[in-house]
Write a protein that binds this ligand. Structure first.
Ligand code: IFM
Length: 754
């Protein structure tokens, strides 16, 4: 991959799986659509199916049982709304054969993906697309073809419903699996198609296109072109050398999830007038606004600037801004792995980026968890617990999607991870309306879950949370995972604090909530007793927190033998069954905890944990690198921190996990942001005050980052010699290297020499 400051581009025309993998990198989106970088004129290969996903659009699948309410819901590759047929003198171009001057580029500032090449030394082709950030139901496609000889050109701009899922859920060297077909039936109209993807929920997808084609600037009418699968327009042109053909197309898509008037919206779209330039400009402006609040500028001779921007760009592409009925899946809308489901990835890794740069988006995604509260209550009851048991792997309806045998029953730290994100959002925004309408109820029901899940031991006088799977997923289950217990304790305490606050500040809402949930403060006594009494196994001599109560007793694992290559241990040398026998940590566990709650651990404990667990961590998940980079930066492990940072920043670009083909790693993107801002940038907030204590890697001369906190826009500029903080939109206490001040619109900037 090649880099400019604001783009990644490739001049290598990859084939097969490599191309499919790169297609994931060239994903554009707007939170409604995720569109992989497939070739719109490729009708022959697997990749020709496209790879276009809509947030929350899934179908019931016959395949595989699930733990709870027993449905598997797959993310669906919808119709290929960008299909092009380009036929030169009777021969159809596939975008692969007979091409030169190939280049594809993702412009992250304007959020446009462009691909160009020369076909058969006679036709120069440029194709571009974007998912409209303003009207999220729309996708814009452009094509420019310049003839370099006289030729007959047949050009078709279509919507193609002859597609199936890519199903690229494979790990090297496994072959790509054959796709699933989720399109159950289709209705072909003029310039439009309606497909049915889920008979049970009666879920339809409606798509329609408007096209304009010009030759040398003069509009040429196309004829209607349809068959059993496609609908669109066709042009038959006789071109002379130098003739320029330009296509502009807008596609609109609605589904039954968007309301009951999708058919009507499509009709309106088809008769509406399109202002092409306005659409372009509005899309670019919206992106400029977004970047202004979150960009990180890095002064360095490396490619880190672009890698970082890529990670932030993709996070923004997948963020739903149109609804609070969906959230962000582990692979976003860039691939089908994990069926688009939402894990702890969102609350712990992704949401902080939004909470501190675009809090409205965090609110929507936390509201989605609130809307899933009843399902989580049912799930708790089903498992003989109380309160709300949020599923480990949630579909848009918040049902548990972890496959049977996949550990969903044990991976309960997700529950306090959600509580952590609610708390973090509240601390960063002071949004009492959200808290008292939604957050408090989630905190209460999750606290109730922990109160029913923890056990008191008469034998040792501690509370225990037994039989859990912590972030280290190489253990089937353990007792007293330090991460789970500490986060559960925080969940219990936060619930009590917020309910107490609510009783005083919003008594009516509080009374209503008590009636609805049958809550009384009496039950919080047990919550606090558990929070205070949860067992954390700790080696006083080494100041070392044990990952779980048996970790220290296990056998040391020779990591070189177990993991000789980049492949996961379980994909190369050992069976899953062997792993709990050893001291091996699949992905950062205690290190993650120390990043999330740094104030709870001393410097000595952090160093002890880093030194002990780092050699025992296999990093067999993409969630593993960021916490080691972040923690490492804070405790003076500068070189390792930067190495780990590179692993996260370039994880997909370099396909470090060998599975970018099946979608991008969004938790890692969010983790990378946290490393940059909290780790290197040194930002932290306590009781409403911003502290900046940077630890720049030696490869960087400086960095500038942007945050939003309690309604105040903040810019932090760090160089090798000084730190400057500027605020806009309110006042903020700030501390830099022991210098305390309060910045406000009148006194908006401070610079401190370091
Ligand atoms: O949530 C993660 C998990 O921690 C590791 N395996 C992949 C999941 C989805 O990213």
């Amino acid at each position: 991959m090649e880099y400019t400051n604001w783009s990644i581009y490739s001049l290598n025309h990859e084939t097969g799986k490599k191309r499919q993998s790169q297609n994931a990198l060239f994903t554009v989106g707007n939170g409604y659509f995720g569109i992989r970088g497939f070739y719109e004129e490729d009708t022959a290969s697997e990749a020709g199916n496209g790879g276009i996903y809509l947030a929350g659009v899934r179908s019931n699948s016959e395949l595989g049982g699930r733990l709870f309410e027993d449905k598997r819901r797959d993310l669906c590759n919808i119709m290929n709304i960008l299909r092009l047929h380009i036929i030169v003198d009777g021969k159809q171009i596939n975008g692969v054969d007979n091409i030169t001057n190939y280049r594809r580029e993702l412009d992250m500032q304007g959020a446009v993906y462009t691909r160009c090449y020369r076909y058969d030394d006679c036709l120069d082709i440029t194709l571009s697309r974007f998912a409209d950030m303003v009207d999220v139901h729309r996708v814009r496609q452009d094509a420019t073809l310049v003839a370099d000889k006289d030729m007959e050109l047949t050009f078709r701009a279509l919507i193609d419903s002859d597609v199936h899922n890519l199903n690229l859920i494979s790990r090297e060297p496994d072959p790509v699996q054959p796709g699933l077909n989720h399109i159950l039936s289709r209705e072909i109209g003029t310039d439009s198609i309606v497909t049915l993807i889920d008979s049970e929920d009666d879920n339809h997808i409606f798509a329609a296109g408007q096209t304009v084609l010009t030759v040398n600037g003069v509009a040429v009418d196309g004829s209607v072109y349809t068959n059993d699968f496609v609908s669109g327009r066709e042009w038959n042109l006789k071109l002379k050398t130098g003739d320029k053909v330009e296509l502009r197309k807008i596609v609109a898509v609605y589904t039954d999830n968007d309301g009951t008037d999708s058919a009507q919206k499509i009709d309106e779209f088809l008769t509406s007038e399109i202002n092409w330039d306005e659409i372009d400009a509005a899309h670019k402006n919206r992106w400029a606004e977004r970047w202004a609040n979150c960009d990180i500028e890095v002064d360095s001779n490396t490619d880190d600037q672009t890698a970082l921007r890529f990670d932030l760009f993709e996070l923004m592409c997948v963020c739903p801004t149109h609804t609070d009925r969906v959230s962000i899946g582990a692979r976003g809308l860039a691939g089908e792995q994990y069926e688009g489901c939402v894990f702890w990835d969102n609350e712990i890794f992704q949401l902080p980026f939004f909470t501190f740069t675009d809090p409205e988006s965090s609110r929507r995604m936390l509201a989605w968890r609130y809307h899933g509260l009843d399902v989580a209550r049912r799930y708790a009851k089903y498992n003989w617990f109380e309160g709300a048991m949020y599923p480990w792997q949630a579909c848009e309806k918040c049902r548990e999607q972890t496959p049977i045998g996949g550990g969903g029953y044990y991976s309960i730290h997700i529950i306090s991870d959600i509580a952590y994100a609610i708390r973090q959002y509240f601390l960063a925004t002071q949004d009492s309306e959200f808290m008292f309408e939604m957050g408090a109820e989630v905190l209460m029901e999750t606290a109730r879950f922990w109160a029913s899940r923890a056990d008191y031991s008469e034998w040792d006088g501690y509370w225990h949370i037994n039989t859990v799977r912590g972030p280290n997923e190489y253990d089937f289950y353990v007792n007293d995972n330090a991460y789970t217990n500490t986060m559960a304790a925080l969940n219990l305490r936060t619930a009590k604090e917020i309910l107490t606050k609510m009783e005083t500040e919003a008594p009516e809402k509080f009374a209503k909530l008590c009636t609805k949930t049958n809550f009384s403060f009496a039950e919080t006594e047990k919550w606090l007793a558990i929070a205070d009494g949860l067992y954390i196994c700790y080696d006083e001599k080494r100041k070392l927190i044990a990952e779980d109560s048996n970790y220290f007793n296990r056998r040391f694992l020779d990591m070189k033998k177990a993991k000789p290559t980049a492949k996961r241990i379980v994909d190369s040398t050992m069976n899953h069954e062997w792993l709990p026998f050893y001291q091996v940590t699949k992905q950062s566990d205690v290190a993650t905890l120390m990043c999330l709650l740094p104030e709870k651990f001393s410097e000595a404990e952090k160093i002890a944990a880093y030194d002990f667990y780092e050699p025992r961590t296999a990093h067999d998940s993409s969630l593993s690198y960021a916490p080691y980079a972040w923690l490492g930066a804070r405790i003076g492990k500068d070189e390792q921190a930067y190495e780990y940072f590179k692993n996260c920043a370039y994880l997909d670009i370099a396909d470090l996990k060998l599975n970018t083909i099946s979608g991008l790693h969004f938790a890692n993107f969010g983790g990378t942001w946290q490393v940059a801002v909290f780790g290197f940038g040194g930002a932290s907030f306590t009781d409403g005050k911003l502290t900046v204590d940077p630890k720049l890697p030696k490869e960087w001369n400086g960095m500038t980052y942007h945050l939003v906190y309690r309604g105040v826009n903040i810019e932090v500029k760090v160089t090798k010699t000084d730190v400057t903080v500027a605020v806009q939109g309110g006042s903020l206490p700030v501390c830099i290297a022991g210098n305390d001040t309060v910045l406000s619109d009148e006194n908006s900037t401070i610079t401190v020499k370091m």
